[in-house]
Ligand binder design. Sequence first.
Ligand SMILES: [Zn+2]
Length: 144
Amino acid sequence: MGILDKISDVSRGASDKAKNISEANNLKRKILYEEERIVEIFTDIGKKYYKNPNEDPAALKELCDDIDTRRRRIKKMKFELNGIRGCKVCPKCNAEVNERFQFCGRCGARLPDIEDDDFMSLEPNDYYTESSNQVFNADSTQNF
Ligand SMILES: [Zn+2]
């Protein structure tokens, strides 16, 4: 490979990297937006119920479904975000593993794959917001 080829190779690598960074930032912004929306919807549900505990359950269900849709969106975007960094995060122990692997090197759990049928399934009670850095548990009576 000649020196000029090498230079163009390096600059191509650098622009790929810049593209990845802006893509990653884009995803992070979108994730943050969805997380904020989810918190607003949780508040909405609470207010609706507070004002009228006999509120039509269908109306509340609609808001809950909206939350789930957004959580799925976040899950997918986080997976894509890790993909840009070339890694997967173990759903069990949170270890970062090279994306080529199918199983976690630390705990042996199967790693998620976007092709999986259950990829978009959600854990029932966990909700993690990066912005608050806390686990939101709908069952919890704890005050934040
Ligand atoms: Zn693991």
